[in-house]
Design a binder for this molecule. Structure first.
Ligand SMILES: Nc1ncnc2c1ncn2[C@@H]1O[C@H](COP(=O)(O)OP(=O)(O)OP(=O)(O)O)[C@@H](O)[C@H]1O
Length: 302
C-alpha cells in the first residue's frame, strides 16, 4: 500500500531552488534510502516531509490521513544533528519527549521503558545523556522519534557522525526496526543504503536522478567488463572482439582492451573460444564487475 506520495515538490531559499520538481512515492513497510552527495538537498526534503519546512511548490500526501490533519502526529523525525539536554537521564528525556507528543506521564514512562529496552540502552536509563557514547545518543534519538508510534520514521544521516562501532550499532538497530515500520533515511554512503534499504532515491543537485528497488537497480547497472592484455596488436583484436554477439562495446586504455558485456559466462566462452582457435597472443583475462557504486559515482560527479 502506498504510504506517501510526493508530487512536483520544490523548495527554494532566497529565490534559489535547492529542491527542484521532485516526485516519488513509497510503500508502507519499506525502508527507503535517500542518497546523494553533500548539498544535494536531502535534509531539505526530509524536513519538508516532516512538516518542519513549507514547500515552495508541490504536494505531499500521506495515505489515510486527511489534509487538515497535522502530519507530525504520524511522523517520527531524527535530525542530522540532534540536540539533547545532556543533564537529563535517558529516561527523563524519553518521558519529556512523550509529554511533548501529548502522551500522559504514565503512558510516556511505559513507552520509554519499552523503547529503551528495544534500542538496547535500558541499562543506562538513569545515566545522564552527557555520559552516553555517540552510538547510544543516536539510539536514544531514534527511541524518542518513535515514542508516539508514528507511521513513518525519518532519519537524517543517522550514522554519518558516528565512529565505526557506533555506526554498526545504529545500522543493526535500523535493520531490526525496519521489520516493524516504514523508514526513510538519508545518507551519502551507498554501502549503508545497500545494506539496509529496500528502495533507493538518488538525489543530485536537488533532483531525483534515479529511483527504484535495490534489486532492480543492481540488475540495471550491473555490467561486466572483461580486461584483455595482448603481447601485440591490441587494436587488431579489438576489431575481432567487437564482432562477437555477447560484446556491447570496448575501449583501449593503456594498451589494455576493456570489453563491456552483458552476460559474463557467454562472453567468456565466446572470447576464449576464438582466442584459442586463432591462437591470439593473450597474456591476461580479467573480470571486473561494474556495480551500483559506479552508477552512483557517475551520477554524483556529473
Ligand atoms: N536555511 C537555508 N538557507 C539557505 N540555503 C540553505 C538553507 N538550508 C540549506 N540550504 C542550501 O540548500 C542546499 C541543500 O542543502 P541540504 O542541507 O538540504 O543538503 P543535504 O543533501 O542534506 O546536504 P548534507 O549532506 O551536506 O547535509 C545546500 O546548497 C545548502 O547550502
Amino acid at each position: 500500500m502506498t504510504l506517501l506520495t510526493v508530487s512536483k515538490l520544490s523548495k527554494s531559499y532566497d529565490g534559489k531552488n535547492v529542491v527542484n520538481d521532485v516526485s516519488f512515492e513509497f510503500q508502507s513497510g519499506k525502508c527507503i534510502a535517500l542518497i546523494g552527495p553533500n548539498g544535494a538537498g536531502k535534509t531539505t526534503i526530509l524536513r519538508t516531509l516532516a512538516g518542519l519546512l513549507k514547500p515552495s511548490a508541490g504536494m505531499i500526501r500521506f495515505s489515510g490521513i486527511s489534509e487538515s490533519d497535522d502530519i507530525r502526529k504520524y511522523i517520527g523525525y531524527l535530525p542530522q544533528y540532534p540536540v539533547f539536554h545532556t543533564w537529563m537521564t535517558g529516561m527523563e528525556f524519553m518521558v519529556y519527549s512523550g509529554r511533548l507528543s501529548y502522551l500522559s506521564e504514565a503512558e510516556s514512562k511505559k513507552r520509554a521503558e519499552t523503547l529503551l529496552e528495544k534500542v538496547g540502552i535500558i541499562d543506562a536509563k538513569n545515566r545522564r545523556i552527557g555520559k552516553y557514547s555517540g552510538g547510544m545518543k543516536q539510539r536514544l534519538g531514534i527511541a524518542q522519534a518513535i515514542i508516539h508510534k508514528p507511521k513513518l520514521l525519518i532519519l537524517d544521516e543517522p550514522v554519518s557522525s558516528l565512529d565505526p562501532f557506533g555506526r554498526r550499532e545504529v545500522l543493526t538497530l535500523m535493520k531490526e526496526l525496519k521489520e516493524e515500520m516504514t523508514i526513510l533515511f538519508s545518507t551519502h554512503i551507498l554501502s549503508d543504503a545497500e545494506e539496509i534499504s529496500d528502495d533507493l532515491l538518488l538525489l543530485n543537485k536537488g533532483e531525483i536522478v534515479e529511483k527504484g528497488s535495490i534489486i532492480d537497480l543492481r540488475k540495471k547497472y550491473q555490467t561486466s567488463i572483461i580486461m584483455l592484455e595482448f603481447t601485440e596488436d591490441v587494436e587488431k583484436y579489438q576489431g575481432k572482439v567487437n564482432t562477437l554477439t555477447s560484446v556491447r562495446n570496448s575501449f583501449i586504455e593503456r594498451d589494455v582492451l576493456h570489453v563491456s558485456v552483458s552476460d559474463f559466462s557467454e562472453a567468456k566462452q565466446e572470447i576464449l573460444a576464438i582466442a584459442v582457435k586463432e591462437n591470439w597472443p593473450l597474456t591476461s583475462f580479467t573480470l571486473n564487475r561494474a556495480s551500483l557504486e559506479d552508477m552512483f559515482m557517475k551520477v554524483v560527479t556529473n
